[in-house]
Write a new protein. Structure first.
Length: 406
C-alpha cells in the first residue's frame, strides 16, 4: 500500500476496515438465521433456542460498554487483533457445546467480544483524510448492514447442508483470515486521548455523560424502542418463513435478507436530509415511515410480495431513524463523541435484546400478526420519546428567544 497514491491507499484501507466491520458484526446475527437447526440439533423448541439470539445481543451491549472505551488507551490495531482472536475462539468453543444452556452462554460471550465494528468506526475517522470523515462513516455504517443481512444470508444457505456447528466454525475461520489484512491496513498509529487515564475513570466519565446530555438520552431511548421493533421481526423471520404458512427452506428464508440489504443500500440517502432539515425532524419522519410498515405487516404477513415491501419500509425507516438519532447524539457531544457513541450503541443493542426476547414470545402466541401488534406499541413508545425531545427543544428555543430584562 505505501507505493499507491494517498487517495488510493486510503480507499484500500477503508475497504479493509469496512470488511472487518461487516464480517465481525455478522457473528451476532448467526443465531437468528440458524434457530430451527439449533433447536432440532439440541432437542428444544424454537422458542427456547431463540434465547441464543437474545443472549448474543445482550453480550454485544455489555461488550460495547466494557471494551469500546479501551480504544482511547489501546491502539486499534492491537485491540481489534486481540478481539478477532477471542471472537474466533468463542465461536469455536460455542460450536462444540452439548446443550442449550451452554450454547446460550457461548453466544453471550461471542456478543461480548464481537463489538469490533464499534472500534473500526472511530479508528477510521481518525485516519481519514481531511474532508472524508462523513463519507468514511457512511461507508462503515453501510458495511454494518451488509454484515447484518449478508451474514444471515450466507449462514442460511449453508446451515441445512453443514449444520449450525460447522457454519459457526466457518465464521470463526473468517475472523482469523481478517487479521493480517487488518494489521496491514492499520499500520499507522492513531492519537489516543485516554493515555494515562484509568479504565475505571473512562467508564465513569462515559456514564456521567448520560446525566449531562439530554439529547443523547432522548436519541438513545428513541432508538432503544425502534431497534427493539426491528429485532422482534427479524429474529423470528426464519421461523415465519419456514413455518406452515410459507413452507420455505432455511436457505430460501435466508435469501429474504436481500430485503434488508436493499433497505440498507437506501439508508445513506437519509444523511442528506439530516444535513438539510436537522436530525430531530428526520428522526420523526422516518419513525413514521417505520410505523406505516409495521401496521401493514398486521394485514399482509401471509402475502409474500406485500410482506416483503412492508419489511423493506419498516427496515428502511428504522435504519434511517438510527442514522439521524446517532448523528444528533454525536453532534450534541463534540468533545466526547466516542463516549456518546458508546452509550448510544449500548441503548440500541439493549433494545435489540428486548426485541429478540419479545419477538419469539409474540410469535409463539399469535404468529407474525401478534409480532406486528407488539411492534406497533414499540414504535409508538419511540415516537412518544421523540415528541418529548421535540417539546424540550421548542422550550429551549422559546427561552433563548425571550428578551432579557431592560
Amino acid at each position: 500500500m505505501p507505493s499507491l497514491p494517498a487517495h488510493r491507499r486510503w480507499s484500500v484501507q477503508l475497504f479493509v476496515l469496512a470488511t472487518v466491520a461487516a464480517v465481525a458484526v455478522s457473528a451476532i446475527y448467526l443465531p437468528q438465521s440458524m434457530l430451527t437447526n439449533i433447536a432440532r440439533d439440541l432437542g428444544v423448541t424454537p422458542g427456547v433456542a431463540s434465547f441464543t439470539a437474545t443472549a448474543v445481543q445482550v453480550g454485544y451491549a455489555v461488550g460495547i460498554f466494557l471494551l469500546v472505551p479501551l480504544s482511547d488507551r489501546i491502539q486499534p490495531r492491537r485491540q481489534i487483533t486481540i478481539q478477532l482472536v477471542l471472537l474466533a475462539v468463542a465461536l469455536v468453543a460455542t460450536s462444540v457445546l452439548p446443550d442449550i444452556a451452554g450454547v446460550i452462554i457461548g453466544f453471550l460471550i461471542v456478543g461480548v467480544v464481537a463489538n469490533i465494528a464499534q472500534l473500526t468506526i472511530p479508528a477510521a475517522n481518525r485516519l481519514a483524510p481531511a474532508g472524508r470523515s462523513g463519507a468514511t462513516t457512511t461507508a462503515l455504517v453501510g458495511a454494518l448492514l451488509v454484515g447484518i443481512f449478508g451474514g444471515r444470508i450466507v449462514a442460511s444457505l449453508l446451515v441445512d447442508a453443514l449444520g449450525w456447528r460447522l457454519v459457526t466454525v466457518i465464521f470463526a475461520g473468517l475472523m482469523l483470515l481478517l487479521i493480517p489484512l487488518l494489521r496491514r491496513a492499520l499500520r499507522t498509529d492513531v492519537e489516543l486521548s485516554g493515555v494515562g487515564t484509568s479504565y475505571g475513570a473512562l467508564l465513569a466519565s462515559t456514564l456521567r455523560l448520560v446525566t449531562k446530555s439530554p439529547p443523547l438520552v432522548y436519541s438513545a431511548l428513541t432508538n432503544f424502542f425502534s431497534f427493539a421493533m426491528f429485532n422482534s421481526f427479524w429474529t423470528v423471520m426464519v421461523l415465519h418463513l419456514t413455518g406452515p404458512l410459507y413452507g420455505w427452506t432455511v436457505a430460501q428464508a435466508g435469501l429474504f435478507g436481500l430485503v434488508g440489504l436493499a433497505a440498507g443500500a437506501a439508508t445513506p440517502f437519509a444523511g442528506r436530509f439530516v444535513d438539510r432539515f436537522g436530525a430531530l425532524k428526520v428522526a420523526g419522519v422516518t419513525l413514521g415511515i417505520a410505523l406505516v410498515g409495521v401496521i401493514t405487516v398486521v394485514i399482509d404477513s401471509s402475502q409474500g410480495i406485500l410482506f416483503g415491501l412492508s419489511m423493506f419500509v419498516l427496515t428502511l425507516g428504522n435504519q434511517a431513524a438510527q442514522s439521524a438519532n446517532q448523528n444528533r447524539a454525536l453532534q450534541a457531544n463534540p468533545q466526547s463523541p466516542a463516549q456518546a457513541n458508546t452509550m448510544f450503541m449500548v441503548a440500541v443493542f439493549l433494545g435489540g435484546s428486548l426485541g429478540a426476547l419479545l419477538g419469539p414470545i409474540a410469535f409463539g402466541l399469535g404468529g407474525m400478526t401478534l409480532v406486528a401488534v407488539q411492534a406497533i406499541v414499540l414504535v409508538g413508545l419511540a415516537l412518544v420519546v421523540w415528541a418529548l425531545a421535540v417539546r424540550r427543544e421548542r422550550g429551549r428555543a422559546s427561552t433563548r428567544a425571550m428578551p432579557g430584562p431592560a
